[in-house]
Design a protein around this ligand. Structure first.
Ligand SMILES: [Zn+2]
Length: 382
């Protein structure tokens, strides 16, 4: 029997937001969930110990493209798989590599067979197919794996989007067949990805045809490619209701903190985004009272924590003044402390959202977030 199973614990009768449990071979994940991004088998700057014990992340995301190029999926497999390699006992989701490949300047050619690209590390020609990306992810041993899809830039014509969506469907059927043959222990799950650019009719056809695969979960991809944010939400809204209610739904690569409840309200169970970690390193901290730019001179002698309503290690231990000093000095510790805070902020929002769904007051939380009120307890220090 597969280790992968999804159950819904509570559902908001007004919005359809769900609180669920996603069971994997590496633990149970409470949904809706935000997955910190660990591109190179590391959430940059944060030790696995802190991710697990302090931040209590139940699942992280790793990038197939990067790990395929370096150190190589076969090497990781020889070293016992990705969990052992990076000493992360909890769940891992790997993307298919498609998003990275299609973002590359060195992308050379997309054919119905697959996609030819050049390594950004050494220029070597590489070829991804729906089958090969399944093989790479099986070698990594991730718990949730993604199907290769064609990820278009924005904007494209309806005609271009149609052709691309057809290719994604074809790849999904091939990848699925290959996965079914190869996956022996049934300890992972493979999610197909709904594409269709910003055209609701294409999103609908793509979703309907992907349902035939009866996959254990579905993703909505091709967002965060430069489109206005309201369009990412509209495409999610057009797609999510078409996906099976009893399977997890994953929107890829989205989410400012204030948008998280809005995606959950559309029936989304899983999200990931580089924003909390990348912004942290660049000096942008998310707080319950809005964004804080740590380099600003106003923080030079500010003894308050980044966010006095935050329970993270950074806020419990250090002042804005100290963080600003570390940032201005280019100290490594700054990145660690800032990332811990931002990731904690995101995970805490998701915990609040989940709790509100269970307690039956999610619509109030959603209204408060839409009106710009703080999602968490207000920052009393301001
Ligand atoms: Zn904090």
């Amino acid at each position: 029997m597969s280790a992968f199973r999804f159950e819904i614990e509570a559902e908001c009768p007004v919005t359809g937001a769900r609180a669920g449990l996603l069971h994997t071979a590496h633990g149970t994940i409470e949904t809706p969930v935000f997955m910190p991004v660990g591109t190179q088998a590391t959430v940059k700057g944060v030790m696995q110990r802190d991710l697990e014990h302090d931040l209590d992340a139940k699942i992280i995301l790793a990038n197939t493209y990067h790990l395929f190029l370096r150190p190589g999926h076969e090497r990781i497999e020889r070293l016992g798989g990705l969990h052992k390699f990076m000493a992360w006992p909890r769940a891992i989701l790997t993307d298919s590599g498609g998003f990275q490949v299609f973002s590359l300047d060195s992308l050379r050619k997309v054919t119905d067979e697959g996609v030819l690209f050049h390594s950004h590390l050494n220029g070597d020609a590489c070829f991804f197919t729906p089958e090969s990306t399944v093989d790479v992810q099986l070698a990594l041993g991730s718990d949730i794996q993604m199907m290769l899809d064609e990820c278009l830039p924005y904007p494209v014509t309806h005609e271009e989007a149609t052709a691309s969506m057809r290719r994604t469907l074809n790849w999904a059927r091939r990848g699925w067949e290959h996965y079914r043959k190869r996956e022996k222990g049934l300890n992972s799950a493979l999610f197909p990805i709904v594409q269709g650019s910003m055209f609701p009719d294409l999103r609908r056809s793509c979703a309907e045809e992907l349902l035939e695969l009866e996959a254990p979960g579905y993703a909505i991809g091709g967002l965060s490619v430069g489109e206005p944010r309201h369009l990412s939400q509209e495409m999610t809204e057009a797609t999510a209701p078409l996906l099976p209610k009893d399977r997890p739904r994953y929107v890829m690569g989205v989410g400012m903190p204030e948008e998280l409840p809005q995606y959950v309200a559309k029936g989304i169970d899983m999200m990931d985004c580089v924003l909390p970690s990348r912004n942290a390193r660049n000096g942008y901290l998310f707080t319950s009272a809005g964004k804080l730019v740590i380099k600003q001179a106003q923080y030079v002698e500010d003894e308050r924590p980044v966010d006095s309503s935050c329970g993270c290690y950074t806020c419990q231990t250090h002042s804005r003044a100290y963080l600003r000093h570390l940032f201005q000095s280019g100290e490594i510790l700054y990145s660690t402390l800032a990332t811990i805070h931002n990731v904690h902020h995101y995970l805490d929002i998701m915990r609040h959202i989940r709790q509100s769904i269970v307690l039956g007051n999610f619509p109030e939380l959603l209204r408060a977030s839409a009106s710009g009120s703080a999602l968490l307890e207000p920052d009393v220090s301001r």
